[in-house]
Design a protein around this ligand. Sequence first.
Ligand code: KG4
Ligand code: ZN
Length: 338
Amino acid sequence: TQDVYIIAIESSCDDTSAAVLLNDQVLSNVVANQKIHEQYGGVVPELASRAHQQNIVPVVHQALSKANIDKKQLSAIAFTRGPGLMGSLLVGTSFAKSLSLALDIPLIEVNHMQAHILAHFIKEKDTPKPEFPFIALTISGGHTQIVKVNNFFDMQIIGETLDDAVGEAFDKSAKILGLPYPGGPLVDKLAKQGNPKAFIFPKPKVQDLNFSFSGLKTAVLYFVQKQTKIQPNFVEENLEDICASIQYTIIIILMDKLKKASKSTGIKQIAIGGGVSANSGIREVLKQGEKKYGWTTYVPKFEYTTDNAAMIGIVGYYKYLDKSFTDQSVAAKARFSL
Ligand code: KG4
Ligand code: ZN
């Protein structure tokens, strides 16, 4: 069979990324983070789209030169059609369409959430790929889903958040504690030095395999306000314990639903993905599931957990084999279901 070279573009939120794949292998994966949002304590959509427009051409150039291939070798271009921020998606979508036209190569649309799941199929040394069917827990700043993955293109959402995403729970709690954006990685770091059972936060009562995280940030806010009234330096003096307790609560909520999902489907192959799957506590507890429940667990390489174009490229590769191409009239889609 012939080698397939895919160039992939991701611009759904605040990272501009381009990658080049040779079949299921990543030759380059360039990500330009947008620092501008830090000072606002969250992603500002209007600023994100402007930065994408500035970054996209240099990022693509870098991806091509790192992969050490010529544009003429490319077989197809894959891009994130959605879900995400409309202004951000428009930049990647328009760029991909133009490049497809200029190079006269097929265009392949990719669903960002599907890409977080199929990131597990990027070929890596010593990293086994999940076997179908498997359960995927996708946890990021924008999404929280449990998906039954029957095949590359046959996925079924069996649970999702009814309000905030897990990443938001981390970031908003961190903001209340006075930590800079994005707070998730900082909470993770501080939690390592804290006692996860120091403080108790309520767990939501949500039916089936769905989640709710908006109550947690409110509980953290009231807790901090109440304690600070009694002891003004409460947060500073207990930061590690508070972070550990918040993270512990989040892990319990996630694991509880994951156990239910595995039980109700009879599937013991469990894969996690999305930015929050970088969390060391979550990784540790998931791994314990192997001994406790007989699971086989899969965690992608760190650089493929947060938003990146390599994961868009792997979906592009499988769609290319499937001859699943997209018409030039395609439009970006902010809400785009699996
Ligand atoms: O997948 P991602 O890069 O972007 C979205 O599609 O949202 O996920 C970003 C989210 C942020 O909320 C960030 O705080 C969180 O992932 N995150 C973490 C960790 N690393 C990133 N949350 C907890 N612990 C971490 N180590
Ligand atoms: Zn994402």
